[in-house]
Design a protein around this ligand. Structure first.
Ligand code: G4P
Length: 290
């Protein structure tokens, strides 16, 4: 599955990031989705930002499986030049923790003559606007006309000697790993038209059936063992339980898919993470061979 996401936008974003790097950046914050940390990271970012120290913020941690969030934090924190923190962007003002982590990554910066310069990046829907609004204490939404697209560079003062820069444009995910495409679609990070919803829901169910069966059973009151059901049988059972039935008693599979994905996105099913560091590594290795 090779999907090219909005190459025009991506080109402008790359230029904006490179331009900002030239003017000086000490630490790069990458906001990623705690439910799919590997898939929601942009693999080009390290080279675009000249390998600068990076703070990974695992946002939406309130929706993610806490044990798996810890696995991802351990994974990132073991890498040189990288720190990782969990985040719930709308809930708290995390400026102090962010600045402290960035100071650790760039210990030679600080003070009025050498202020700490931080760049923030993230793919669409990951919560960048929410975080920025929380940091500046605003309730209002996006900064541009188009949802999620910042038109001009913003500079936010986090501390007297620490600035956060938000470049214009949007960092799109580069999807060369099939599982990442499905996980991004399930999370709502890529548009509804990008992939067939029923197919995305079936892939999601396949993963949930194997990893989070008790949550599915509890939410949809499914009896017996669901591990042995095929994905479409399971989606049908969910549709039936939720009254997504057409004339003649047939299940409306599209509606069933929408219900499942809506409830996953809202966290109604429970706290779920769609990939572990180990799984993501093996998916990437398989995709590289293919
Ligand atoms: P973006 O700028 O990166 O594109 O993302 P944005 O901040 O617009 O956030 C996308 C959606 O994710 C928003 O929901 C936002 O409320 C939600 N969100 C952001 N951070 C968190 C978080 O830490 N936890 C949870 N649970 N949700 C978060 P929305 O449905 O598009 O809008 P609304 O619910 O705010 O009306």
């Amino acid at each position: 599955m090779a999907i090219q996401w909005f190459p025009g936008h991506m080109h402008a974003t790359r230029k904006a990031i490179k331009e900002r790097m030239k003017q000086g950046i000490d630490v790069v914050i990458e906001l990623i989705d705690a439910r799919l940390p590997g898939s929601s990271a942009n693999p080009l970012l390290a080279s675009l930002t000249d390998g600068k120290p990076s703070l990974k913020l695992l946002n939406k941690q309130d929706l993610a499986d806490p044990a798996r969030t810890q696995l991802w934090l351990d994974h990132y924190n073991a890498l040189p030049g990288i720190r990782a923190l969990p985040l719930d962007a709308g809930n708290k003002a995390p400026a102090k923790a962010l600045v402290a982590a960035c100071r650790e990554l760039a210990p030679l910066r600080g003070g009025m003559s050498k202020p700490l310069r931080i760049l923030i990046c993230g793919i669409p829907n990951v919560g960048k606007s929410t975080l920025i609004n929380t940091l500046v204490g605003k309730k209002s939404a996006k900064t541009g006309d188009e949802p999620g697209i910042t038109k001009v560079e913003q500079r936010i003062t986090l501390d007297q000697d620490a600035y956060l820069f938000d470049t214009p444009g949007m960092l799109w995910p580069r999807i060369s790993i099939p599982e990442s495409g499905y996980n991004l679609a399930a999370s709502g990070a890529v548009g509804r038209n990008a992939l067939d919803e029923e197919e995305v829901a079936l892939e999601l169910l396949d993963y949930l059936r194997l990893n989070y069966a008790p949550l599915l059973q509890a939410r949809y009151r499914l009896e017996g063992s669901i591990e042995s059901l095929k994905d479409d049988e399971l989606l049908e059972a969910i549709g039936r339980k939720r009254g997504a039935v057409l004339g003649g008693g047939r299940v409306n599979m599209q509606k069933a898919a929408e219900i499942l994905m809506y409830e996953f996105r809202q966290g109604v099913l429970g706290r779920i993470t769609l990939e572990t560091p180990e799984e993501f590594k093996s998916w990437a290795a398989t995709a590289a061979i293919a």
